[in-house]
Design a protein around this ligand. Structure first.
Ligand SMILES: Nc1ncnc2c1ncn2[C@@H]1O[C@H](COP(=O)(O)OP(=O)(O)OP(=O)(O)O)[C@@H](O)[C@H]1O
Length: 378
């Protein structure tokens, strides 16, 4: 009898639901995950973003079935997974290392999930060869052992193996981390293109916010084993819930200060370095600044303009600054500036603009409407 085509489904329950997941950590009394709740929708690319030790890998391993939660439940396409071993789950999995079977050739590696599901040799090899080609592995490499391939190509074979059977859920535990810049960009571009074309649903764990933002529909910032903030990459970048999320989602300046007044949705802050910043928008009820509260002003480096001019020549709201250092970084220059008394700020400016020299008089003009003020925790 002809095999059913292996394609992603189009209807039914969410590919992944994690409900109230708790998992004890290695150390006594610690929680690797504490009440993690999330749902990945069909065709969605969701990234768990967080620092080392946030619980990203534990979350992936729980979904894969290598670990069991002490609390909560995991459903894949509405089906409870508690009693299912990893090989019975409707998933594909790629870890930081390709972990290919060293004794099998490239084609057999990529065909393995189809073989495990009972598909005949000719058909599974045809499908695996097609998936390898989609991932940029030409037929000429099919009969080689994985060790004969570069690490980047091995990762592509691992991607083909994880997707050849069109799993309900593709689990990626930071497969980009060990790759160099160009390989990483190229693999990410292929992943973005293929998952769009083939409708894959992806749960991805990452530390690099830029790569995660490019790939993801939504991101969950994991901190201390909990979902700290969830949103689109842009929403998290522009409106982080607190300075911690701000720092995890991209470069930012975090300037300590005190709220002087709050009126009509904007506040005035006196920074610890002596400068006053006014016109700062008050966002969200959580951590909203109140007069007298200690706070942190968060501003991204691209919202700080720098010029080799005295403040009076730069504009009304310009602030005197002194350049500490400037570093060329491709399309931008990264500047470190001293402001006020003991304050420091990083600015990223497009290359080609006139910039001050180290030690020279300069000014900054910051776009405070793009800054955020967060009340410090009590
Ligand atoms: N199998 C396990 N059982 C219980 N706790 C674990 C297990 N593996 C890791 N942990 C603990 O869970 C916490 C989260 O670890 P995890 O490896 O998930 O972090 P991570 O966010 O993936 O970090 P990284 O980015 O460094 O990979 C750590 O405190 C770790 O010691």
């Amino acid at each position: 009898m002809a095999q059913q085509p292996v394609t992603a489904g189009t209807a039914g329950p969410a590919p992944l639901v994690m409900e109230g997941i708790g998992k004890a950590g290695h150390a006594e009394g610690t929680q690797a995950l504490a009440w993690l709740e999330l749902q990945v929708e069909r065709g969605e690319f969701l990234t768990l973003l967080g620092p080392s030790g946030a619980g990203k890998s534990v979350a992936i391993e729980l979904v894969a079935g290598f670990l069991q939660p002490e609390a909560g439940r995991i459903l894949i396409k509405g089906e409870r997974q508690a009693r299912l071993p990893p090989w019975r789950r409707d998933i594909g999995l790629v870890l930081e290392q390709p972990d290919l079977f060293p004794e099998m050739d490239v084609l057999s590696n990529a065909a393995f999930p189809l073989e495990a599901r009972g598909m005949g040799r000719a058909e599974r090899e045809e499908r695996a060869a097609a998936m390898l080609e989609r991932w940029g592995i030409p037929p000429a490499l099919a009969r080689l052992r994985p060790a004969a391939l570069s690490p980047a190509r091995q990762m592509r074979v691992a991607m083909a193996r994880a997707t050849v059977h069109a799993p309900a859920l593709l689990l990626l535990d930071d497969p980009f981390r060990a790759l160099d810049g160009a390989e990483r960009e190229s693999l990410a571009a292929d992943l973005a293109r293929l998952r769009q074309a083939l409708g894959w649903t992806v749960l991805h764990a990452a530390r690099d916010p830029v790569l995660a933002s490019v790939l993801s529909d939504r991101m969950v910032v994991l901190q201390g084993g909990r979902a700290h903030q969830t949103g689109t990459p842009q929403a998290l970048y522009e409106n982080p819930a607190d300075p911690v999320v701000a720092a995890l989602t991209g470069p930012c300046n975090r300037l300590p200060g005190r709220v002087l007044s709050v009126e009509d949705g904007v506040c005035l802050v006196r920074l610890d370095c002596g400068l006053e910043a006014t016109g700062l928008p008050v966002t969200g009820p959580e951590g909203s600044p109140v007069p007298g509260a200690n706070c942190t002003l968060v501003i991204r480096p691209e919202h700080v303009a720098v010029a080799p001019l005295p403040p009076a020549a730069m504009g009304e709201d310009a602030v005197a600054a002194r350049l500490i250092e400037a570093r060329f970084a491709g399309g931008e220059v990264r500047l470190r500036l001293a402001i006020g008394e003991g304050g420091e700020l990083v600015a990223h400016r497009p290359t080609g603009l006139p910039l001050p020299q180290p030690g020279e008089e300069a000014s900054i003009a910051w776009n405070l409407s793009a800054a955020r003020v967060h009340r410090d925790p009590a």
